[in-house]
Design a protein around this ligand. Structure first.
Ligand SMILES: CC(C)(COP(=O)(O)OP(=O)(O)OC[C@H]1O[C@@H](n2cnc3c(N)ncnc32)[C@H](O)[C@@H]1OP(=O)(O)O)[C@@H](O)C(=O)NCCC(=O)NCCS
Length: 245
């Protein structure tokens, strides 16, 4: 990572003008028709959720955003992080983690159990960000969670997701299982959609089996021949993929 940009400011926002900037950032990163309307962002911002914008001192427009609301899952209240995005030129400069830590602080202030969100395990950089940089743990697999999104990142591919939980604590290491991930699923989806679909199907079966056995993904590690893998270890003694309960 290059040095942390200096200075980055992160602020909670609720004014319509600022929420429109959040909406523009969402359009810029994901595109498509399935954007969160400004009216819904406004409700999230004012009624217990949290909407954040990140600014760089040398730029007029915000460079990142995060949107979260309070959720309940398996009898626990948590902060559901629906979107976090940083403008492409500002990525890998720690803006993403600053936004996430702001969410964690908010969740803690409200006494919530953790910050939770979904992510596509085929997106290797997101796996690295969520597990290695933040230390979140994934122990639920949600097949085709959003249906077809048709946006720039997901296209018409199945939206298989892992649900991660993050409370800022570390997980002690134990015996491992591994799930290999393609280097660049975005390129594969464009250049060889059939292979991308085969990856998604293999992942669906593998995640479903391992998480049902009580494993959870705790980090990404470089494997043989330069490929990256998720490292899983036993998390719950119940041996259930909680998404099936
Ligand atoms: C995910 C995202 C928010 C991260 O924001 P960021 O400002 O780049 O995050 P940070 O700089 O704090 O951390 C970046 C880390 O993520 C991982 N990462 C991100 N992009 C990567 C890439 N192309 N290759 C390898 N690792 C990558 C690395 O671990 C990296 O740390 P490093 O730079 O020290 O190696 C940003 O990439 C983004 O906006 N992506 C598009 C939207 C999206 O997918 N959001 C949902 C995420 S669940």
């Amino acid at each position: 990572m290059s040095s942390i940009p200096d200075p980055i400011t992160i602020r909670t926002v609720e004014d319509i003008d600022e929420l429109e900037a959040v909406h523009r950032l969402e359009r810029e990163v994901w595109g498509g028709d399935d954007l969160v309307p400004v009216s819904v962002l406004r409700v999230m911002a004012l009624e217990g959720g949290q909407v954040l914008l990140a600014w760089h001192a040398d730029h007029e427009a915000p460079v990142g955003m995060a949107v979260a609301f309070i959720g309940r899952r398996h009898q626990e209240w948590y902060l559901h992080s629906h979107m976090v995005a940083v403008k492409a030129p500002f990525r890998r400069h720690a803006v993403g983690r600053l936004l996430k830590y702001q969410q964690l602080g908010y969740a803690r202030a409200l006494g919530l159990a953790y910050v939770g969100w979904t992510f596509d395990p085929l997106q290797r950089p997101n796996g690295q960000f969520n597990l290695n940089v933040l230390g979140a743990v994934a122990r639920e697999f949600l097949p085709n969670f959003y249906g077809s999104l048709g946006d720039r990142i997901n296209g018409e591919f199945a939206t298989h997701r892992l649900f991660v939980e993050w409370n800022g604590c570390t997980t002690p290491r134990s015996a491992s299982r591994f799930v290999v991930v393609p280097d660049d699923i975005g390129r594969l989806r464009k250049e060889n959609p059939q292979s991308a679909r085969a990856w998604a199907e293999r992942h669906r079966k593998k995640w479903d089996r391992l998480l049902t056995q009580g494993f959870g993904a705790v980090e990404m590690v470089p494997g043989r021949w330069g490929v990256w893998c998720y490292r899983l270890q036993r998390i719950s003694s119940e041996g259930t993929n909680r998404s099936e309960n």
